[in-house]
Design a protein around this ligand. Structure first.
Ligand code: AHG
Ligand code: MN
Ligand code: MN
Length: 348
């Protein structure tokens, strides 16, 4: 094979299936369908004002967040693409309160799909990067004989069989893992196919760059304030190095940067809603991104332990996240451990 041969997503998936024998055909087809739906979402996002897709709907989702038109359009694109193919037992989304069962007229498959149709919704109308995040779980075996329930979805992230995200930015790309490394594809719009452009993505260590919404600083637990304060003191402070800050408001975009050049991303607990563990959702944000980060050699923690080991108690449950290169996450966790047991509010 010449080095100029383009490997499309379809070819990559078929080769993965042949080589390892550990990519089941139904999972391969499912990923093809999700990737095709992301292509459709990308075209819709690109149309912007011309497609009448900007702005809000006036409705709220189950989390009490105002739904943007694109949240709902993208949710429906993924739903329509996935329900008839026979690969899924059920699906669930940020934009739907309850799980969605496969209608009786279609065959039921072996997998469960959970997704965030548009991540970074607040960026849609201002023409900044947004994305789609997805997680695939195996349905419990007896699901073929009975009605799937929300309980069937509540599996810890380490049981994900695949995870990925698409990012609709200056380039449209797709990042995927099946638990054997992380691979990146770029959408070739003229041809209409995803082309493999990054193999075995590994997060570079040592990058002094953090992503956190600094406007929430005064509400964080002291441990998080301490960690970020020390980064902000730069070369003259205890970290002995200048740090750069980036915050896009779209986790997918911040994670794309972390995968590309390193650093750390945090969305910690804050005191305004003390009962809420964090902002981001475990099952369709933290788990799939956590799996990708770990597969790229990084670490994904809720500030106490591994995100992928959390046993979910609800579809829309929230969690604190500390994600990034293993060295910097370890440093942050050491700050949090130092504060633990001090009687302070939960860290992070
Ligand atoms: P979503 O658009 O799916 O609700 O997710 C938005 C998330 C995440 O992408 C981002 O990191 C964070 O919310 C932004 O929150 P701020 O409003 O604090 O910037
Ligand atoms: Mn999101
Ligand atoms: Mn969303």
């Amino acid at each position: 094979m010449s080095s100029t041969t383009r490997i499309t997503l379809s070819r990559f998936l078929i080769e993965q299936q042949r080589e390892g024998g550990n990519l089941p055909p139904q999972l391969r087809l499912l990923i093809e369908v999700v990737a095709r739906a992301c292509k459709a979402i990308s075209h819709t996002v690109n149309k912007g004002e011309l497609g009448g897709v900007l702005g809000s709907l006036g409705s709220e989702n189950v989390q009490g967040e105002v739904q943007k038109k694109l949240d709902v359009i993208s949710n429906d694109i993924l739903l329509d693409a996935n329900e008839w193919g026979g690969n899924l037992a059920a699906l669930a989304s940020e934009e739907m309160e309850a799980i969605h069962l496969i209608p009786h007229r279609y065959p039921k498959g072996e997998y469960l799909l959970v997704y965030d149709p548009i991540d970074g919704s607040s960026n849609i109308d201002v023409n900044l990067s947004v994305g789609t995040i997805f997680s695939v779980l195996a349905a419990p075996e007896d699901c073929s004989q009975r009605v799937v329930t929300e309980q069937d979805f509540l599996q810890p992230g380490h049981r994900q069989v695949a995870a990925g995200y698409a990012i609709y930015g200056p380039q449209t790309s797709l990042v995927l893992t099946f638990g054997r490394g992380v691979f990146g594809f770029t959408l070739d719009r003229e041809v209409g196919s995803w082309v493999l452009t990054r193999r075995n993505i590994m997060i570079p260590p040592g990058n002094r760059e953090f992503a956190v919404n600094m406007s929430n600083q005064r509400h964080w637990a002291p441990a998080v304030q301490h960690y970020i304060d020390d980064c902000m003191q730069g070369r003259d402070g205890p970290r002995g190095a200048d740090f750069n800050m980036r915050w896009t408001g779209s986790m997918v975009a911040d994670i794309e940067r972390v995968l590309t050049r390193g650093g750390i991303f945090l969305y910690p607990w804050d005191a305004r809603e003390p009962e809420r563990p964090g902002k981001l959702r475990l099952m369709y944000e933290a788990n799939p991104i956590g799996m990708i980060i770990e597969q790229a050699g990084g670490a994904a923690s809720d500030g106490r332990g591994r995100i992928l080991d959390i046993v979910p108690t609800g579809l829309h449950q929230r969690v604190s996240v500390v994600l990034g290169s293993a060295d910097e996450v370890e440093t942050a966790l050491a700050y949090f451990a130092d504060h633990a047991g001090s009687g302070e509010p939960a860290a992070p």
